[in-house]
Design a protein around this ligand. Structure first.
Ligand code: GLA
Length: 401
């Protein structure tokens, strides 16, 4: 469903920034994502279970032919301009580095481009771990593909977006976020196998349950370096495991039995904890998918709680803010399950809450969080929405010019 207030503001800003008729303007949308379970598994080749949200990023585009690209955003006070022949990462350009990265990747892969005025508008909090950057990248890749008639399949666009983040922005993320943003489906969660990219849309629609996202409102300091450190630690565990199992390609290819055999060989206790999280979390995703297919929501909720404990105690990526939110949620009225979502180190939790109890749930969690942490959390009651798509037709009717 469209956020009409945000949308009217975007139309006005776009009209001032890039005046002209609507005839050559196109509008696209990509959602944010929440991961229900399966954390820090995408770079270990395993299953993850995210879903696209209904909140996300709109992109307005007016093509131009002079190889100039301009970026405007409702959340940023100046226009960034660049030439397609000179695309560089510039720290001060902030969010605009993501679309620049996608333009760079398209050209690097041999796809021709012309130029355009872009405007980004969104209702997705940034720095909250809900993948606003992946939404920007994927909506950009989708728009470029549509505008230039390249006819690339969605899976390819998702991989181009991930490549932009890895190589141009320099963040070593896995493929989960871009994939969920690209291939999410309303009222479904996406069970994705990250080394083969095979996936299944599993229905997730329960009238009596709401998805409540709670934001720690903590800045995610050092998140990238700690994320990279976890990746390296997993790499070390894999190399050690390959001594015993030479054909192993990813950590998640190890069963729990193989792990039990191998684990005593690891000397560093930190690496034991990191490996233990990966192996057990992977088993949890498979069980969670089974539980969801059988509509066993209580079981799904327990697995979410176990996942948080593992991320807290073994993977050590939660921190006191996420722990305060998740642990108060476990005690709160109507909570079926709650865990941190995304990379961690701040960001958000996701909770399944009985619809009738959402208000008291929020009040109880807020009280504990404010008492323990001293700042206000934010809450978003969300639904699972569709992945990236074009909205030009819907928007045409609302366009006042
Ligand atoms: C971030 C990354 C993802 C994934 C998660 C952890 O969101 O961008 O690729 O690794 O962390 O599950």
């Amino acid at each position: 469903m469209m956020n009409t207030e945000l949308f009217s503001r975007a139309v006005q800003v776009f009209q001032n920034y890039s005046p002209g008729s609507f005839v050559d303007v196109r509008v696209f949308f990509a959602p944010g994502r929440v991961n229900m379970i399966g954390e820090h598994l995408d770079y270990n080749g395993g299953f993850v279970f995210p879903a696209a949200l209904t909140q996300g990023i709109f992109l307005f585009v007016r093509p131009r032919q002079d190889r100039i690209v301009r970026f405007c955003s409702l959340n940023f006070d100046h226009v960034v301009e660049a030439s397609l022949d000179h695309l560089l990462y510039v720290r001060e350009d902030d969010y605009a580095n993501y679309p620049k990265g996608v333009l760079w990747v398209f050209q690097e892969q041999g796809f021709s481009l012309t130029g355009a005025d872009f405007l980004f508008a969104g209702d997705l909090p940034s720095q909250a771990g809900l993948s606003s950057s992946a939404a920007i990248e994927v909506v950009m890749a989708y728009a470029l593909n549509a505008l230039h008639g390249h006819a690339l399949p969605l899976e390819r666009l998702v991989l181009l977006a991930e490549r932009a983040e890895n190589l141009f922005v320099g963040v070593n993320c896995g493929v989960m976020d871009q994939f969920a943003v690209g291939l999410g489906k309303a009222h479904h969660a996406l069970l994705l196998h990250t080394s083969t990219l095979s996936f299944e849309q599993v229905p997730f629609l329960f009238d009596h349950v709401r998805i409540v996202i709670a934001n720690t409102n903590k800045r995610r300091e050092l998140a990238d370096s700690k994320y990279n450190e976890r990746r390296e630690q997993c790499g070390k565990v894999l190399v050690a495991a390959q001594q015993m199992y030479p054909t192993l390609r990813f950590l998640t290819d190890m069963t729990e039995e193989m792990w039990t055999e191998f684990c005593p060989r690891i000397e560093d206790p930190i690496l034991v904890k990191r490996g233990r999280h990966v192996i057990h979390e992977h088993a949890r995703v498979v069980t969670a998918a089974k539980a969801l297919r059988q509509q066993e929501l209580a079981r799904f909720g327990e697995l979410m709680n176990d996942s948080h404990r593992s991320l807290r105690d073994d993977y050590e990526v939660t921190g006191k803010e996420l722990d305060a939110l998740a642990m108060s949620a476990w005690r709160a009225t109507g909570c079926i399950g709650s865990r941190m979502t995304g990379a961690g180190f701040g960001g958000c939790t996701v909770s399944l809450v009985k619809a009738a109890a959402v208000t008291s749930f929020e009040a109880e969690v807020r009280d504990t969080y404010v008492r323990e942490i001293g700042i206000e959390p934010s809450f978003y009651v969300s639904d699972f929405g569709d992945g990236v798509h074009e909205m030009t037709e819907e928007v045409r009717e609302l366009w006042p010019f």
